[in-house]
Design a protein around this ligand. Structure first.
Ligand code: CTP
Length: 154
């Protein structure tokens, strides 16, 4: 049986369970999984600012068990070259991209996987913003309540 290579692309900021499941399911389509991680410069072009810098995002993804290698994603146009250079059999993306990469079917299989429900970097960032914008007085009040409760239970 021929050796099959799978490729997927993404930012993987604040790596979470949805990212992990996507990578694990992508690997099931072949023997080798290549992950193209978006560089900070490419994200800037897309108007996206990550919390975690490229080097750390790439290192985290490279150390996920099912990932065989990480490359840089630095442009929209590189996909055809990547598919040719790495002899890719299957291109995988989350279904938030459904239809967007159908033109790549000329070069390899294209698969869109269902996203994991109820988790996203965008939501994690929103939660952080909410925490950071809680007024200082409310935080102090919450700590005072915790102290009272602690005393009640002693
Ligand atoms: N993904 C997923 N399930 C999620 C979140 C992301 O399957 N709950 C997938 C995306 O569809 C994509 C890959 O993980 O194929 C990497 O996602 P990424 O490029 O980091 O960006 P986002 O889709 O913006 O991730 P998030 O919604 O978490 O911000």
């Amino acid at each position: 049986m021929a050796y099959k290579t799978v490729i997927t692309y993404g930012t993987f900021d604040m790596f979470h369970i949805g990212h992990l499941k996507l990578l694990q399911r992508a690997k099931e389509y072949g023997d080798r999984l290549i992950v193209a991680v978006s560089t900070d410069e490419f994200n800037a072009q897309k108007g996206k600012k990550t919390l975690i810098p490229f080097e750390q995002r790439a290192e985290i993804v490279a150390n996920i068990k099912c990932v065989d290698s990480v490359i840089e994603e630095s442009s929209w146009e590189q996909k055809v070259d990547d598919i040719r250079n790495y002899k890719v059999s299957t291109f995988v993306m989350g279904n938030d991209w459904e239809g967007t990469f159908d033109h790549l079917r000329e070069f390899c299989d294209v698969v869109y996987l269902n996203r994991t429900q109820n988790i996203s970097t965008t939501d994690l960032k929103k939660s952080l913003t909410r925490i950071l914008t809680v007024p200082k007085e409310d935080i102090i009040k919450a700590f005072e309540v915790i102290e009272v409760l602690k005393n009640d239970f002693q």
